[in-house]
Design a protein around this ligand. Structure first.
Ligand code: GTP
Ligand code: MG
Length: 193
């Protein structure tokens, strides 16, 4: 798939389905700082479509992007960021849960995990959550540039075990060197067709 155009649509503090809009959605999910916003920018070949930051907790709202006038890419705030207070954590949790509960247009989730680390309890809980609500998901192993090509499988194996996926179902990805960009675009084309 070629992304010919990508446009910011809206930011929401709480998810509201907009009745005239009936496009399918692809959500980008993962812990804070894993590279969600960078992945969207890389896919769209845009530097600042999504704001990124080395400080976790950058994305605080549900950000909606329109891709090729055919589907919505949803950039969600990350979870598992230790430095936010309890009230803020609860607000994020509620916002995310309401999104997954209320979105009737969500077709698939891209679940991002850092290739260098084993999935966290929150990541594993997300996998269980998708399975419980019947939303299919693809695991993307981000920051692949941090691991040599030869060592990648060694890192992907524990990710597969934790997330209950097969190795060929996990896509290594890098916003830094574009690893996995074409493969992911092709995958998205079949998902959103
Ligand atoms: P929140 O919005 O806080 O949930 O974070 P996020 O998941 O959107 O992460 P973001 O894209 O803002 O990236 C976080 C940090 O990781 C930034 O400093 C990025 O430059 C860096 N980063 C993202 N992707 C990659 C990658 O593929 N390789 C490397 N080396 N760094 C990356
Ligand atoms: Mg972000």
């Amino acid at each position: 798939m070629m992304i010919k155009n990508a446009a910011f649509v809206t930011s929401m503090a709480a998810y509201h389905e907009n009745p005239p809009i009936t496009l399918p959605q692809l959500a980008v999910v993962g812990k804070s700082n894993v590279g969600k916003s960078s992945l969207i920018n890389t896919l769209c070949r845009r530097k600042n479509l999504c704001k990124t930051s080395s400080t976790p907790g950058k994305t605080r709202l549900i950000n909606v992007f329109l891709i090729n006038d055919s589907f919505h890419l949803i950039d969600l705030p990350g979870y598992g960021f230790a430095k936010v207070n309890q009230t803020e954590k609860q607000r994020w949790g509620e916002m995310m849960e309401a999104y997954f509960r209320e979105s009737t247009l969500l077709k698939h989730a891209l679940q991002l995990v850092d290739i260098r680390h084993e999935p966290t309890d929150d990541d594993i809980a997300m996998a269980a959550f998708y399975r419980s609500i019947g939303i299919p998901f693809t695991v993307i192993a981000t920051k692949a540039d941090k691991i040599s090509r030869g060592a990648r499988m060694k890192h992907i194996a524990p990710i597969c075990r934790a997330m209950q996926k097969q190795p060929w179902e996990v896509i290594p990805f890098s916003a830094a060197d574009q690893t996995g960009r074409e493969e992911l675009l092709q995958h998205i084309e079949t998902l959103m067709a």
